[in-house]
Design a protein around this ligand. Structure first.
Ligand SMILES: *Cc1c(COP(=O)(O)O)cnc(C)c1O
Length: 360
């Protein structure tokens, strides 16, 4: 068996100890005689798995009691609709920061439900930086402020958490959650599709302050109302049980290696060495302003784009896969989420240097 270093932006690598444990427990979860995927979501075995996963996530992120954690489906993309449906309330308008491809999608969806103000945009600089706090023109009467702390496609990450006063801050943390410690109390709502840093696709996590629940528009479908999911422990209908279980194993793995401060040190080191290798070379280029460079998604271009195909082919041959950039941006992108070992980044850097020596 040969495992590759998979630089996919998502679904992404899972920690190997997690996959090994899932394999060991596949046919018989701890004497139950069942695979977790075969269990009733209301049975005591799965209820225990679900509760433990939530407790571990709460411990990792230090989530206060007055926040609910929801285990939902529909991906981050469904949250683009659920957030406005549940949070626009009587105000009917919200501020959005336009900092890349994912914010644009969130903005387009929110416009279906209410008035969207763009409180900052970095589109003029082709999404290569994060707006500074004093560049945000915030409406104190907005129902909420939405932003994307890490733009997965452009590789731009906010180096700070925006200050929004009394207006609740909503963050699409799909590609940065659990990559470092955060202060959850700065946020009204955090959401994330699981397939980058949490677990497999099919699970979406929402962390929401209790007082923001229960304000859905009257026409909101039952399944899109946070209140329904909060009141039912995310089991109004059948939740994504196996994904929830695997996410729980990932949380245990994170706790085992020392939690978010440890993974943050590793992530900072991985990103720092990859950007340093890119910056040292005149063959590779990353366009993002250094202070806003993502720890998780590192886009780069080759000085000779006609070599892109060769680069990808040769990288794949040495076990470095899924390095092609997003179709809207081109070039390459190395996604180096929590589960990408530092050795994978080292191998990528060595390959890039060798490729430059041969073709540069
Ligand atoms: C991947 C991603 C999404 C889309 O997630 P889905 O789960 O596929 O809907 C949205 N926002 C960000 C920041 C992402 O990285």
């Amino acid at each position: 068996m040969t495992r590759v270093y998979n630089f996919s932006a998502g679904p992404a690598m899972l920690p190997e100890p997690v996959l090994n444990q899932a394999r060991d427990e596949m046919l018989d979860w701890r004497g139950s005689g069942m695979c977790v995927a075969e269990m009733s979501h209301r049975g005591k075995e799965f209820m225990a798995i679900a509760a433990e996963a939530e407790a571990d996530l709460r411990e990792l992120l230090i989530i206060p009691e007055h926040y609910k954690v929801l285990f939902l489906q529909g991906g981050a993309s469904l949250q683009f609709a659920m957030v406005p449906l549940n949070m626009l309330g009587d105000k009917g308008r919200a501020d959005y920061l336009n900092t890349g491809s994912w914010s644009k999608k969130a903005i387009a969806e929110a416009k279906r439900f209410g008035e969207v103000r763009i409180a900052a945009s970095t589109e003029a600089s082709r999404f290569t930086c994060a707006p500074a706090q004093d560049e945000l023109s915030l409406d104190p009467d907005a129902a909420y402020v939405h932003y994307t702390p890490n733009e997965t496609i452009e590789g731009v990450e906010f180096p700070y958490v925006p200050e929004t006063g009394a207006v609740p801050l909503v963050a699409d943390m799909s590609s940065t959650i659990l990559s470092r410690p955060i202060d959850v109390t700065r946020f009204g709502l955090i959401y994330a599709g699981a397939q980058k840093n949490i677990g497999p696709a099919g699970l979406t996590i929402v962390i929401v302050r209790e007082d923001l629940i229960g304000k859905a528009q009257p026409f909101t479908p039952t399944m899109l109302d946070y209140k329904i999911h909060a009141e039912n422990g995310s089991m109004y209908n059948t939740p994504p049980t196996y994904a929830w279980y695997l996410a729980g194993l990932v949380f245990k793995w994170l706790k085992g290696i020392g939690g978010l401060s440890t993974i943050a040190e590793i992530n900072a080191r991985k990103a720092q060495k990859l950007y340093a290798a890119i910056d040292r070379s005149s063959f590779y280029h990353n366009p993002v302003e250094p202070s806003a460079r993502s720890w998780m998604n590192v886009p780069f271009t080759l000085a000779k784009p006609e070599l892109d195909e060769t680069f990808l082919k040769e990288a794949k041959a040495v076990g470095l896969t899924t390095l092609q950039g997003h179709r809207s941006v081109g070039g390459m992108r190395a996604s180096i989420y929590n589960a990408m070992p530092e050795a994978g980044v080292d191998a990528l850097i060595a390959f890039m240097q060798d490729f430059e020596r041969r073709y540069g």
